[in-house]
Design a protein around this ligand. Structure first.
Ligand SMILES: Cc1ncc(COP(=O)(O)O)c(C=O)c1O
Length: 386
């Protein structure tokens, strides 16, 4: 059986009849940048996340930048960012000329560990970016109280967490600003690059609308600094269609996660992802860990699955503090042990709404076969030594 890591084609086939006319309408109306499809989508997306405003953007990375830029973060400032995230979270700070300051993740949630945040705060700290990684919300209450105590902005990076919930409340409106990505492989994916920022602040929303359009509301009148961060009409149309399916797709992801958990519960050699008590996890990724923490075992497992037709991913194999581009920040291996362990032991299994029970069963069986096979080799080697 061949099981891809992601199957965007299967999803497209299931909604082709709605997508094609929606794109055709954009072509017919030549509504290529922003326009009605984007504003309709913005409204629907904001409503779905119980937040007042949403501005459609060109990407999630641009959303990470715009959020901090609109808050006035600039050179000389520091921004607290989890070491365990995709690099785009850190670009938000660097694009403002600010310094990212990394913090380790919690060993079960894989998100920023609130208990380790205070130690990273200096007089230059301006903001904390809480990333809801893999689809699970970060523990926002303690982060909010730290932000309040030190007078810091709290920004959510929801790139992987559409419709995720923290203590029954949708992410996206809990921090001051949230950024979303609609990269094609995300839970809500465009057919190209797209992103958004959400907020409950009218003033910030107005700022975003100006900043994404060269700092102007009126053509050729540039009130503030800005950039071209506008969402394309075709992406708005695609996202508008997909929004109608997002809730069902999210439930399907949760179904897939619970099937994995059932099939794999007695595999003692792996750690399954936890759904924290405060979380409604939307399983953008299903990341297991080899319990031994041994990178070679993880890589052997990935190869074994690949040899059996199953594609897997690594999220993320090299933590941010060890990336070459941040070598001037002075971090070293050992600084963030939980993140470093996850980088070596984590393996992302296929996860998408269209994944069937039969496929999940097959993947789980192959993981079991791998450990049977490993045990056999150990037995043979031990017998040879005796
Ligand atoms: C956690 C996180 N932040 C930000 C981004 C950036 O989003 P985009 O690829 O839309 O620029 C991504 C996705 O790639 C992400 O996973």
């Amino acid at each position: 059986m061949k099981i891809p890591f992601l199957d965007l084609k299967a999803q497209y086939e299931s909604i082709k009849n709605e997508i094609n006319p929606a794109i055709q309408e954009i072509l017919d109306n030549t509504a290529f940048i922003l326009g009605k499809a984007v504003s309709d989508f913005e409204k629907e997306f904001a409503d779905a996340h119980d937040v007042k405003y949403c501005s459609g953007l060109s990407s999630g990375t641009d959303g990470n930048h715009l959020a901090l830029w609109a808050l006035g973060v600039g050179p000389g400032d520091e921004v607290i960012i989890p070491a365990n995230t995709f690099i785009a979270t850190a670009w938000g700070a660097t694009l403002c000329g600010a310094k990212p300051v990394f913090v380790d993740c919690h060993y079960r949630s894989y998100n920023i560990d609130p208990e380790k945040v205070a130690a990273a705060i200096t007089p230059r700290t301006k903001a904390i970016v809480a990333v809801h990684l893999y689809g699970q919300p970060a523990d926002l209450d303690p982060l909010r109280s730290i932000a309040g105590q030190y007078n810091l902005h709290l920004v959510e990076d929801c790139a992987q967490a559409h419709l995720s919930e923290y203590k029954g409340r949708k992410v996206g409106g809990i921090g001051e600003i949230a950024s979303f990505s609609f990269y094609p492989g995300k839970n809500l994916g465009a057919y190209g690059e797209a992103g958004a920022v959400t907020t409950n602040s009218t003033a910030l929303d107005q700022k975003f609308r100006m900043m994404r359009e060269h700092g102007s509301l009126q053509k050729y009148n540039h009130e503030i600094y800005g950039h071209n961060y506008r969402m394309e009409g075709i992406q708005g149309a695609v996202l508008g269609v997909k929004m109608k399916h997002l809730k069902r797709w999210t439930e399907e992801r949760r179904r897939a996660a619970s099937l994995y958990k059932n099939f794999l519960e007695d595999v003692k050699e792996v750690i399954l992802p936890a759904e924290m008590g405060y979380a409604y996890h939307v399983y953008h990724l299903f990341v297991i860990q080899v319990k031994s923490g041994n990178i070679e075992e993880r890589d052997r497992l990935a190869k074994f699955l690949n040899d059996n037709g199953i594609s897997t991913g690594l999220h993320y194999p090299l933590p941010l503090h060890l990336q070459n581009c941040f070598s001037d920040l002075g971090y070293k291996r050992g600084d963030f042990p939980v993140t470093e362990r996850l980088a070596e032991s984590g393996l992302s299994l296929p996860m998408y709404p269209e994944l069937t029970e039969q496929q999940i069963k097959y993947i789980s069986e192959k993981i079991k076969d791998f450990y049977k096979y490993e045990k056999q080799i150990i037995n043979v080697m031990e017998a040879a030594v005796e």
